[in-house]
Design a protein around this ligand. Structure first.
Ligand code: ADP
Ligand code: MG
Length: 368
């Protein structure tokens, strides 16, 4: 039988259950086989068996110690006392603060007919679940706030147009232009949010197509040539050998487009953006390098967080949503690739996109 949650050499539970042979073996096996941390207690609250998961969490072998030596949470100890006295099952929440804060849910159940196994404690670590829940709530709050700002401004303009500016033709034109800009900002935000959720939904499905990264770069350069010209920025593509990767064309275009748009928005002072290729064998790399202001070190690890911007006003005024690099990261995760950001203040930044190469048998096809 395979126990996927057991590691090599695991399976033995700690403690020696003081019950007759066959029954002891069965109980010990049962405790060892459970994927959650489990402890067995005798009538007096002494730990008679604990599985490997429980030892990992407690960081010591509690066998033959009273449960209060293993877990110092009053809620849990009260529950154990109650279960041993009233022969009932109880669920309690408790927190441990050492070495790091963790939140557990404990199920304490009574087992009848066995002195050495009178109660069973099963623990569930809720810490990660709660972290995810908090992140989700933060995200919703953030997204709503970002949508509410342009909406409030639209409502303000509508009121003005219905009231004070009703017959003011020049003002009306000006307000309509501003309203259009706010509505477009909302649309960009919603498009980016939908994009993120679509990519997340497919995160477990690896793209199946074969895409040449060089072709993606040339396509995006052509798409953004007009924007680049407006800010007097040259886009220079340095590679021409094929770079076939396993990927989705539209998503990889979105990746390179985001990086190039950022260079146009935030690094046009560098006058030039270089796109180069690299890598061989197992993966290919596309490097987008600008010569703009660069990014201070403390921001770099946070750039791919949703809504993280170094300067919110600057990003907004350039039509940013703060979701571009988060989308890039998610697309690359789905491709089993990575984004590597390097930067030096005053010198510029480079964004390296690394994607696994297409299967060797497809390589020939992509070269043709
Ligand atoms: N090439 C770059 N040079 C300097 N700063 C950049 C560059 N690319 C991105 N940034 C910074 O990273 C932030 C996050 O980028 P992104 O997720 O694409 O959001 P957005 O472009 O919508 O603001 C930007 O707001 C900007 O502050
Ligand atoms: Mg961007």
């Amino acid at each position: 039988m395979i126990w996927p949650w057991r590691r090599e050499g695991e399976g033995e539970s700690a403690g020696t259950l003081r019950v007759p042979g066959a029954r002891r073996d069965a109980l010990t096996e049962l405790v060892a086989a459970l994927p959650d941390p489990v402890l067995l207690l005798d009538r007096n609250g002494i730990v008679t068996a604990a599985n490997r998961r429980a030892l990992d969490i407690l960081d010591f072998d509690p066998s033959d110690h009273h449960i209060s030596a293993a877990i110092r949470a009053p809620q849990l100890l009260d529950a154990v006392a109650h279960v041993l006295k009233a022969n009932e099952a109880v669920r309690v929440d408790y927190e441990m603060h050492v070495p790091v804060r963790r939140h557990f849910e404990a199920f304490v159940s009574y087992i009848s007919g066995e002195e050495a196994a009178a109660a069973l404690i099963l623990l569930r670590d809720l810490t990660r679940e709660q972290q995810i829940e908090r992140m989700r709530a933060d995200f919703v709050a953030h997204a709503s706030h970002e949508l509410r700002t342009p909406l409030a401004s639209l409502l303000g303009f509508i009121e003005t147009l219905q009231g004070p500016a009703r017959n003011d033709e020049p003002a009306r034109q000006r307000f309509l232009d501003l309203m259009l800009a706010q509505a477009e900002r909302m649309r960009r935000l919603i498009d980016d949010l939908l994009s993120l959720s679509r990519i997340e939904m497919n995160a477990h499905l690896r793209p199946q197509g074969t895409v040449d990264l060089g072709q993606v770069a040339r396509h995006v350069r052509d798409t953004l040539a007009g924007l680049a010209r407006e800010v007097d920025l040259d886009i220079v593509i340095g590679m021409n050998a094929p770079m076939p990767v396993k990927g989705d064309w539209d998503e990889l275009v979105q990746v390179v487009q985001n990086l190039l748009e950022n260079a146009i928005k935030y690094a046009s002072s560098g006058k030039r953006v270089d796109i180069d290729g690299g890598g061989e064998g197992r993966f290919f790399e596309l490097i987008v390098r600008d010569h703009g202001p660069g990014i201070a070190e403390e921001h770099i690890p946070r750039l791919t967080e949703r809504f993280y911007r170094i300067n919110v006003q600057e990003s907004r005024s350039r039509g940013g949503t703060g979701l571009g690099l988060a989308i890039v990261k998610h697309i690359l995760n789905r491709h089993r690739g990575r984004l590597i950001i390097r930067s030096e203040l005053g010198k510029g930044s480079s964004f390296t996109v690394r994607v696994p190469a297409a299967e060797p048998e497809l390589l020939g096809e992509a070269h043709r």
